[in-house]
Design a protein around this ligand. Structure first.
Ligand SMILES: Nc1nc2c(c(=O)[nH]1)N[C@H]1C(S)=C(S)[C@@H](COP(=O)(O)OP(=O)(O)OC[C@H]3O[C@@H](n4cnc5c(=O)[nH]c(N)nc54)[C@H](O)[C@@H]3O)O[C@H]1N2
Ligand SMILES: Nc1nc2c(c(=O)[nH]1)N[C@H]1C(S)=C(S)[C@@H](COP(=O)(O)OP(=O)(O)OC[C@H]3O[C@@H](n4cnc5c(=O)[nH]c(N)nc54)[C@H](O)[C@@H]3O)O[C@H]1N2
Ligand code: SF4
Ligand SMILES: [Mo]
Length: 727
């Protein structure tokens, strides 16, 4: 074992000595943060242009600084993702920057008199422990013994070093949009992208499946949706819950949860049978129509009604309207698709529906964005030892987080003995917590890089405090988008406490591995060198914040021949790759289990003012929404003797009880057999002093997962809960 190796990990409460006495008391928080619509700088304000990381959308931000303090955050006008506006979470970034619970120093786990505790350490000491263990694991167990879980932009610098240690996995794949992306890749040869390549402002007829815009607050998509509605877009929402988006719709189809695939097959049935599809497009650009019809010919509206609970008339009307609006209609692919374990096939069905409409590169349809290409800088060669591993799922484009956690536990197919966790709180992010906890116990070494004492940190051997996005440079951001752009993240104020940015942590790690050369170029030189390649410079972008190119033409040009990177070169209604891998070439419906008597299917989602579990300690955002509640159908609740405002404990089908109580909200806005809550609440770590015990955790209840055999998406919506009233 590395000389500084530390042993086994029980949860440790990071001593309040490391948290208290912070420079900023919570009472210093600028509580007027929501009055920031006025983007004018007040006298004496210095404005620093950067981009947001309160979620992963990365809107441009103008940060106002006064007397060395950041006083407000407003949307950057020049930035196409913000268009001068931030969502509540973006505006509430100060609640993170000045969170009195922030991690302030590196911490090392130690056993003192038989008791485990964290010791405040210098970066030198902490990195020596990390370095020793990383090297030891590589020497002793070979490539892949250390895996990296990363979510967040700073990870790019760590990847420069960490790819050497084996697999990198992110919860934004199998827990999030992986099934959507792979389902579309199988069908179109490319994914929908992020930002999603959809021309929503010009959509005439828009079907949303679950995708709960307005609660799901991706800034630009919400702006596009609002624009679409202003342009006369008609909206249909399919959701067992009356979402905010449903409030904007002409039709809410309260589907029986888990039966969406049946609805899509029913729509495809009507569209083919009544010849409502775009014949020219389908003939020229798709393959497999006959096979598709074979697969859906029995999915009549009557059968579909029986499966989904949606009246025949609604099924037929929406199919006909989709056909009528054709190229200008959109069945939105949504985003988080890890639902029921048959997610790739469900997303394939959505892809197929769009293909039948012929809405490819059309106003209101699916489009293609290009990006502002910023060439990279060549770094010294670093040979990445390869893990001899075939993904467990034949058509997976990435390795799933839950898969790696399972491998850690089983030691198969390769031994995993160490984790690096950057910016993801695996305790609240990965379902099947028991597996996560057991894997943590089995690890020989784990280090976490975070800004807050998130649950995962309390299980680490070493905790490294990153500074927040408002205190650092990161890499340049230039996603594929309608208006191609490059934006800069730069320090608005210097790092507080003894925290460091990811690029410095990456450098320290590289040095531990003896690779001083990997970070020889300091961050400013690196960014400037990159920017010079596009005729700009660091000094220019620091002032401008965002550099844009003119908006692209998104639509198919007359005479343009479309090409698709699938085996057939066409959109595959029947997928050759699925067939080859032993799956149904055309999606097929199978019924999912329903709730046992007395139980309700647990569904979850977002609220506009919070992001996952990362803002549920943010004192500013908690003023807007301070704890989650559980939505229960009004009649059901009354029958159970509950009323709104009561508190209950949840208990799931396996008898797992929620650690904390949660407030009841009786509403007609959910179907009787489901209940719904906002994800990310019920922090169990007392170090998160504002969030501890507020609301209940959805993840805790997700003990049962159904993994998609195609790409490993973690279906979590087969868990059922019941309630015990709290005194
Ligand atoms: N039960 C359940 N699970 C889910 C979901 C769900 O709805 N329900 N949603 C899924 C989806 S869609 C996704 S994308 C994933 C998201 O999964 P995660 O990204 O793991 O979500 P968070 O809980 O926000 O954890 C982020 C962690 O990063 C830390 N952090 C914040 N800013 C920084 C920073 O600048 N630097 C560093 N180093 N750390 C930072 C936060 O303190 C927090 O500990 O979760 C998935 N898991
Ligand atoms: N405010 C805020 N916005 C966010 C985030 C955040 O944390 N906070 N996270 C961002 C990220 S990374 C992601 S991936 C997205 C996730 O946001 P979405 O992709 O919109 O989320 P989902 O979890 O797929 O969908 C939740 C909705 O689906 C409904 N639903 C549940 N089960 C079913 C079903 O069986 N059928 C149908 N038709 N509907 C169902 C729920 O009632 C709920 O309204 O949000 C993004 N935007
Ligand atoms: S959508 Fe909101 S939280 Fe996400 S980057 Fe934009 S402003 Fe920040
Ligand atoms: Mo996500």
């Amino acid at each position: 074992m590395g000389k500084n190796h530390v042993k086994r990990r029980d949860f440790i409460k990071i001593s309040s000595a490391f948290l208290a006495g912070s420079a900023v008391a919570s009472s210093d928080l600028p509580l007027s943060f929501l009055g920031t619509k006025d983007a004018q700088a007040q006298e004496g304000d210095r404005v620093v242009k950067t981009f947001c990381e309160m979620c992963f959308w990365k809107c441009g931000v103008d940060a106002h600084v006064k007397d060395g303090k950041v006083v407000k955050l407003v949307g950057q006008k020049e930035n196409p993702l913000s268009n001068g506006k931030l969502c509540p979470r973006g505006a509430g970034g100060l609640g993170l920057l000045y969170d009195p619970d922030r991690l302030k120093h590196p911490l090392i786990r130690e056993r003192v008199n038989g008791k485990m505790m964290f010791r405040k350490a210098s970066w030198e000491e902490a990195m020596a422990v990390v370095g020793d263990n990383v090297k030891y694991l590589a020497q002793e167990y070979g490539p892949g013994a250390l895996v990296s879980f990363t979510h967040g932009f700073g990870a790019s610098f760590l990847k420069r070093v960490c790819a050497s240690c084996g697999i990198i996995t992110a919860p934004s794949y199998a827990q999030c949009r992986g099934a959507r992306d792979d389902g579309f890749k199988l069908t179109y040869g490319h994914s929908v992208g992020s930002p999603e390549m959809l021309d929503i402002p010009n959509t005439k007829y828009h079907v949303l499946i679950g995708y709960h815009l307005g609660e799901n607050m991706h800034n630009t998509v919400v702006q596009d949706f609002t624009q679409g509605i202003a342009n006369g877009m008609r909206v249909v929402v399919v959701d067992p819950r009356f979402s905010t988006a449903a409030g904007k719709a002409e039709k809410w189809l309260p589907i029986k949860a888990g039966t969406d695939l049946a609805l899509f097959l029913g729509w495809i049935h009507v569209i083919i049978k009544e010849e409502l599809y775009n014949k020219k497009f389908v003939e020229e650009y798709t393959v497999g129509l006959d096979e598709l019809w074979e697969g859906v010919k029995d999915a009549t509206p009557a059968v579909t009604y029986a499966r989904t609970g949606i009246p025949v008339e609604d099924i037929v009307t929406v199919a006909r309207e989709l056909g009528r609006y054709g190229e200008n209609a959109l069945v939105n692919p949504g985003r988080r698709s890890s639902w029921y374990g048959d997610d790739t096939q469900r997303m394939r069905a959505v892809a197929i529906l769009n293909a039948l409409l012929g809405n490819y590169k059309t106003p209101g349809g699916m489009v293609r964005y290009g990006r502002y290409r910023v060439p990279s800088v060549k770094f010294p060669k670093f040979r990445h030892p390869r893990v001899n591993y075939r993904p467990a799922y034949p058509l997976a484009s990435k390795v799933a987080t839950n898969e790696v956690i399972a491998h850690t536990l089983s030691g198969k197919p390769w031994p995993v003995h160490g984790w690096m966790v950057y910016g993801c709180n695996l305790i609240s992010t990965a379902a099947n917590q028991k597996q996560t906890y057991e894997a943590l116990q089995k690890l020989k070494f784990m280090f976490a890089i975070d800004v807050l004492p998130a649950e995962i940190c309390s299980y680490a051997d070493v905790v490294l405090p990153e500074c927040t996005y408002l205190e650092r440079y990161d890499d340049l951001f230039f996603p594929s988008y309608r208006t191609p752009f490059v934006s800069i993240r730069q320090p608005v104020i210097p790092p507080m406490f003894d925290s460091k940015p990811a690029h410095e942590i990456g450098k320290l790690l590289a040095e531990q591995m003896g690779r001083y050369d990997l970070f020889e170029m300091d961050i400013e030189t690196y960014l400037d060198t990159r920017l010079k390649k596009i005729g700009s410079s660091l000094s220019e972008i620091k002032v401008k914040g965002t550099i844009t190119k003119p908006e692209q033409n998104l639509y198919k040009q007359p005479g343009e021949k479309l090409k698709f990177r699938t085996p057939s070169g066409k959109i595959e209604l029947a997928s050759s790759r699925m067939k080859k891998a032993g799956f149904d070439a055309v999606p097929r419906y199978t019924a999912h289990p329903q709730a046992p008597k007395g139980f309700f299917r647990l569904l979850f989602g977002r609220t506009p003012s919070h992001t996952f579990a990362r803002t549920t300690n943010n004192r500013l955002l908690m003023e807007l929404y301070s704890e989650n509640d559980i939505w229960i159908n009004e009649q059901i609740g009354k029958d159970l003797g509950l009323k709104s405002g009561d508190y209950v404990r949840l208990s799931n089908q396996e008898g797992k009880k929620s650690t904390f109580k949660v407030k009841v909200r009786l509403t007609q806005r959910v179907r009787p057999e489901v209940v719904w809550m906002v994800h990310g609440w019920g922090h169990t770590d007392p170090n998160l002093r504002a969030g501890y015990g507020k609301g209940a955790s959805d993840t805790e209840m997700l003990t049962h997962t159904v993994i998609d055999p195609v790409m490993g998406s973690v279906g979590t919506q087969h868990n059922f809960v019941t309630f015990t009233k709290e005194a």
